[in-house]
Each structure stands twice: as C-alpha cells, then as structure tokens.
Design a protein around this ligand. Structure first.
Ligand SMILES: Cc1ncc(COP(=O)(O)O)c(C=O)c1O
Length: 403
C-alpha cells in the first residue's frame, strides 16, 4: 500500500514547478508546532523509548528532519522517488561513483569540469575504477568509449565553458542497447550532472538517465552561501545503495545548510525565468558587439546544437561564454575594467560574475587538455545574475569596449 508521504509526493508531482519548489518539502502536520517553514533540527542523537526501541532515527547520520525535508523537495523537482544529499556537488559525484566497483570503467566528457575530472582521475581511480573520456556531443565517440567493463556514463550538459550539448536521451538509449543485465551492478548507469540548468529547465530522469546530480552550491541554492550537492533517482535499488553509502560514509550536510538550500529553492523557478531571459538578451547584444568574435549560448540560433538544446531543455541558464577579438591579455584588461560585474569564478548566484576559465578553473589543466576542447585565453565566461539586464549589459559593453 502507498504511504501517506508517497501519495503526497505523487500529488505534488502533478503540480507546477513553482508550486512544488515552494511546497515540496513542507509537512506542517508532521511537526509538533505545525510550522509551515521547515524547522531546523540540530540534534545529532535522539532519545530511545527503551533499549532497542526507537520512534524515529537513532541519530542524524541515519536521518534528520531538516535534511529529509530538503531531500523531499529535491526529489520532487527532479521527478524522482528519492534524493540523497551530500556535503558538496563533488561529494554527490563521489556518491554516484561509489556505486562502482574495482575494475569498472566510467566514461566522462572531455569537457567535464576540471574539479570533477580531478576527483575521478586522482581519487576515485585509486579504488581500481578506470576513467576514460569521450566527446559527449558525439554519439559515435561515446559508443567507441564503451567497453566490456563500462558501468557508468557521466554526462555534464551543457558543459562550461564551451557550452557543448550532450543528447541525454540518445546516450541513455545507447546505454540501454549495450545492457547485458537488468541488475544495476551489471548495467551501464547514465548519470547527468545537471548543475547548470537545474531541474527548473532540464529533468534528466525524464529523459532516461538513472541518476540526476546537482551541485546545490551554485544555481540551485542561488545565494552563494552554502556548499552542498544532491543525487536523485527513480530506481529503488540505486536509492537504497546511495542511502546506505551516505550513512556508512557519514557524508551528510548540516541541517542549517539544508534549511538555507530549501529556502533558496523556493525561488529557483522564478530566478531561472529572469536569469535566462536576461542572459539571452545579453548574448544577443554581445553577438553584435564589434569587439566580440563569438558568443557561446545554446539557445542562440548560431549554436551548432541549438536543436538538441531546445528539444531536451526548457531554456538555458545565465551562463554564457564570449570569445573576444584579441588575446588573453586583452581579455584580462576587459575584466579589470568591470565595475558592477565581479571578476569571480562562480555560476548561478544573484550577482553577475565573469572570469577567464583558462586562468581559473581550467588553469591547472595542461595546454593539451585545453586545446582538446578548444579553450582559448581570450574566452570570458559570464554568469548572469539578477541585476537589471541593462545595467549588466552596459557594464560588459564598457569593459569590452575599453579592452
Ligand atoms: C557542473 C558542476 N558540477 C559540479 C561542481 C562541483 O560542485 P561543488 O562546488 O558544490 O562541489 C561544479 C562546481 O562548480 C560544477 O560547475
């Protein structure tokens, strides 16, 4: 029989996204004060009725009401049965990778963000996991990377800063075709890092993925004051394995941070609506700027995978890349001339930021790695925030003009 919570979850999933973002985690009838806003419960241990008998969880590693509330909203937004939070986006990717075993192979995009690459290639690989790269925007390349021991394909789409798109549904179908068993330990799991678009604009599980991963640090929380991550799934076996690993590893976020993220999520659909409108307007204007060579934004008609982007998502985020006419020194000078926009490496906050990826997160990657994805020193990545569009554009244009 369906539990009350499952029935509530199902009912919520028939509601619009903005409604679910506000109400998804709220259960006022389940707390003693009938508080509408989820209470912060900080206790790490809970009283036993008598030895061996417990009403709820023994301790907050097993479960915490504030965390459970957040996980309920996250599952709701991802159209998932289960969400398992982690202390950072990287820890969420680690939680997904922890489903693999010694000898298994994981395929990642060659444009996967460098911190994820570092985690997988320097840490996870030590446990005997083979990590190989492919061009995720090219299905043939992904197929060629699949080996006898492939157990996971990790897609990041769109991937910053080159803004290439991977076709989630096509890759999920490819993984399905190569499947030799229904047992999850033998399957090729498709995991999507959906941090850039968030479930407000793209829902990987609906497109056939097994796992939807988000860094809650960036756009999801949206206020730049929490580091956290999440993995959602509809597969009960995967959910049990993730939940079991979460407790076994002790990799849980703090209840105070959970409250902050739940608060941030209430405005996610609203923020994404404004941010994507503003970013597209700015992308269109910069495409006509005489100091700009190229603008990379998946919803521009000039983007080579505009059709895939439009098919699999409901819009694009605030992240776009601008290749200026000139070299890296001129790009640096343009950033130094910014007045309103901050020169910072960040994605999805309220404040607009700009950075040169070759000098920041891609800075410690080899020139060969950067060449492989076509990343040049004159590429500026912009994360559009919530300021007035005209103010952001005016600042960017004066900075680019004075390069
Ligand atoms: C696409 C993507 N995935 C994962 C991460 C890692 O997230 P966190 O900083 O929360 O560990 C980042 C960080 O910027 C990111 O951009």
């Amino acid at each position: 029989m369906q539990s009350r919570r499952q029935a509530q979850q199902q009912q919520n999933q028939n509601q619009g996204l903005a409604t679910r973002a506000v109400h998804g985690g709220q259960r006022p009838e389940e707390n003693q004060w009938q508080a509408i806003v989820t209470p912060i419960v900080t206790s790490v241990t809970n009283k036993q009725n008598e030895p061996g008998s417990q009403r709820g969880n023994q301790n907050s590693l097993q479960g915490n009401p504030t965390r459970e509330s957040l996980e309920q909203v996250l599952a709701n937004l991802d159209n998932a049965n289960c969400a398992v939070t982690a202390p950072s986006g990287l820890a969420a990717i680690r939680a997904a990778a922890n489903l693999l075993r010694n000898g298994d192979q994981i395929v990642i995009g060659n444009d996967t963000n460098p911190r994820t690459k570092r985690l997988l290639k320097e840490v996870i690989s030590r446990g005997g996991i083979q990590v190989d790269s492919a061009d995720m925007s090219n299905l043939r390349d992904v197929e060629n990377a699949i080996k006898q021991n492939t157990r996971m394909i990790l897609i990041e789409t769109p991937a910053n800063p080159m803004m290439k798109i991977a076709d989630i549904q096509a890759i999920a179908q490819l993984a399905q075709k190569k499947q030799k068993s229904d047992n999850w330990t033998q399957r090729i799991l498709v995991a999507v890092d959906n941090s850039t678009l968030t479930p407000a604009l793209q829902r990987p599980l609906d497109l056939g993925a097994d796992l939807a991963i988000t860094s809650l640090t960036n756009t999801m929380n949206g206020h730049g004051d929490v580091i956290m991550g999440n993995v959602s799934t509809n597969d009960n076996d995967l959910a049990n394995a993730l939940r079991n690993n979460q407790e076994a590893e002790g990799a849980v976020p703090s209840p105070i941070d959970c409250m902050l993220v739940e608060r941030g999520l209430k405005t996610l659909p609203l923020r994404m609506e404004q941010i994507q409108r503003s970013a597209l307007q700015i992308a269109n204007a910069l495409e006509k700027n005489q100091n700009v060579d190229k603008v990379l934004h998946p919803w521009l008609k000039s983007h080579p995978q505009n059709d895939v982007a439009q098919r699999q998502s409901d819009g694009h985020s605030g992240v776009l890349s601008v290749i200026i006419k000139g070299n890296g020194e001129q790009a640096k000078r343009a950033l130094k001339n910014l007045r309103l926009v901050s020169n910072a490496q960040s994605v999805g906050g309220c404040e607009t930021t700009a950075c040169i990826p070759a000098q920041s997160e891609w800075g410690n990657q080899s020139q060969e790695e950067r060449n492989r994805i076509g990343l040049q020193d004159n590429l500026i990545q912009i994360s559009v925030g919530l300021e007035n569009t005209e103010d952001i554009l005016k600042d960017l244009e004066q900075a680019l003009g004075s390069k």
